[in-house]
Design a protein around this ligand. Sequence first.
Ligand code: PEP
Ligand code: MN
Length: 337
Amino acid sequence: MILVLKSNPEKEKVDNLIKMLNDKGLATNISEGSSHTVIGLIGDTSRLPVDLISAIDIVESVTRISEPFKAANRKIHPESTIVKVTENVSIGEGFFHVIAGPCSVESEEQVIEVAKDVKASGATLLRGGAFKPRTSPYAFQGLHADGLKLLLEAKKATGLPVVTEIMNVNHLDLFEDVDVIQVGARNMQNFDLLKELGKCRKPILLKRGLANTMEEFLMSAEYIMAGGNSNVILCERGIRTFETKTRNTLDLSAIPMLKKLSHLPIIVDPSHATGISWMVEPMSKAAVAVGADGLMIEVHNDPPKALCDGAQSLDPKQFDSLMKEIKRRVEFEGKQG
Ligand code: PEP
Ligand code: MN
């Protein structure tokens, strides 16, 4: 629900109104526009007496929001959210970032070498999976806690903040020094996991499910935000269609649509979206063109030998030339020194 206040309301009356709404268990997002103040209400407004609220003298209008997502809704929170990851790295409107690194952490040498290479090319965050959601139980499942330790070694060696996937709520303690926790496509609707992540304040990179609508995607973000964690970064990583030439179909139309519907930053993962290394660069350029706030790209020091997703991984030289193309198209913020 959105309340638009009459211009220049008395501060005391605004404070009383907000207190009354908070007392009813509703969270409020206040945005002060040049002519009007707008109060977005988040929570169950179904029993709110709309007639009585409309009758309050400082209230100009009361509008119910039809979409089921509220905290993630741009109508409630008109300004774009910028998620602060570290002092130097913020992701969101005007702050474009490239997250790069291997699909999986495989060894100390591999992850540190890739981390140094991607940093030299201009990546500002390092990715690397330690807990891997694999289709086959016989495929490499990741190095688990040891993989996280190696990723944190690479963070120490380069100063790059790290992004890595959580699969099990019970592992949360292991992620204390991780800068951004990733929820993979397969867990986008693991609601217990989302609820737990809502209780922490770390940035969460939420990937779109393989067969989920944009509304379902935003409802998953809503689960995290409803718990009080508003540091959510959306990631479009391709959806499943009838097409088989690419691993998934990169839904670039989701970028402008999600930006219209929501204030959350959204990045694109062209590696998982296409599954093909030579397609990563053209789709990265396309992602920039449609207004993405960043990219997540898989890079391996020796892609043919990768234990996971080698076919879609760039080698450091390919990544460097991609970055030159991307830098020409966007302005970078938070470059690590
Ligand atoms: C990943 O980023 O390593 C990954 C497994 O991606 P997705 O969840 O998008 O398949
Ligand atoms: Mn991968």
